[in-house]
Design a protein around this ligand. Sequence first.
Ligand code: NAP
Ligand code: MG
Length: 473
Amino acid sequence: MREYLQFYIDGKWVDPVVPKTADVINPATEEVAGQISLGSAADIDKAVAAARKAFASWSETTPAQRLDLLLAIQAEYAKRQDELGVAIREEMGAPAGLAGGFHVGLGAGHLQAAIEVLKEFKFEELRGSTMVRHEAIGVCGLITPWNWPMNQTCVKIFPALATGCTSILKPPQLAPFSAQILAEILHAAGVPAGVFNMVQGSGAVLGTALTTHEDVDMISFTGSEPVGVQIQKDAAATVKRVGLELGGKSAFIVLDDADLVKNVTEATAGMMGNSGQTCSAGSRLLVPNSRMAEAKAAASAAAASVTVGDPTGNFAMGPVVSKGQYNSIQEYIELGLADGVSELIAGGPGRPDGLDKGWFVKPTVFITTNQTAIGRDEIFGPVLVMMGYDDVDHAVEIANDSTFGLAGYVNGVDHAACVAVAKRMRTGWVNVNNGFDFHAPFGGYKRSGNGREWGDYGFHEYLEIKTVLNGGV
Ligand code: NAP
Ligand code: MG
């Protein structure tokens, strides 16, 4: 049992102003895995005051000083990778290999990217006699979700530190363990008091305290669309900058020259990774109508071969994060069965055979259209929908017929044709033939948000622009 009852404020571990605790449930066992304290607005006030005080000196440090700190954090992070992996497995149910591997690795990758960017970043530039400075925006509230806990946290904390900002992290109640360890890592690395602070608890209470706070300059939020909308409203009265990274229903287009079976197999298995709880998941798989029969066979075989079980064992997929998520996913599966349009070709309602405890979902695939709820909504579970297209124009039309605009995928042999399709997709991030780049800006069009994280673009989220006329003379 983990007991994480203190918050990290002003360089110290401190008790909550008003004592209140909550259990954290392991989604694989439904048993209590630990306890956290639930903070109140009074804890946020303390954390914001500490961050404001620290901002005066931290914003005046040189990039070289901040680089030294990031390198010290990197050394501490490396020491605690195994512990982080176990924490992530317990809090959100990712299989051990995934939790200790890609989950922890994404955090390390964003740290390394921040180090590389900081070495080169120009905080000041001259345009003739005009000086343009990129200055730390101030005190930042960082609000994160549970689905890739280290990724979401690290992609905010390190750019904030690197740019000279101070911050208050509000981790997800469902997955608070890894954030606690991360705060210990930052403390051990010697982050100056008040530069980073963390308060655990509810979004409705702490998130609102941050978004409405007079002395918070910026909010960086990753999470769902409805909460993103609320945050923008709450932050409006104090004219804060708000960076939003929201949901998606991203199209994965397999072009007609691609190896269909291989691509459908890999895209199906890939979508089930992390139990389908990935904002940028290719959750709408688009295949040529002329080859739908082959695609169906490949997708149903791929889904059936995804092993599901105890995250401490050797299974590809663990549970989803919570009972609430489980129920919501089951409702979507029932909607798909009842809508009169969708055809179930793998999985379906209930838990996989042999699992009667834990929030495990069957890897599920439907054939459907953009007109159904399962075709349009973000399900955020291991439920893939496949749709047929007639030609490339039709594929692009289906892909763009979404209120979201986070990600897209285009796979095919003719590279130029793939890139041409990528350019037509109304999304912030398109992946052609399975690329990966820690320095590539990531974020959404439309209702998928307005921010851009990762690499140097991620730094700009935390920077104000100042013009000094005649500053260069
Ligand atoms: P969520 O319910 O929106 O919660 C995200 C965070 O916001 C949590 O820490 C939550 O606190 C907090 N929160 C809740 N209400 C709030 C309020 N009124 N004011 C301020 N903060 C509040 O999202 P989730 O269910 O954790 O995560 C899944 C969603 O995240 C999906 O839609 C997914 O697509 C999206 N996502 C997007 C990206 C991206 O980069 N675009 C990446 C990953 C996930 P609690 O702990 O109390 O819930
Ligand atoms: Mg939620």
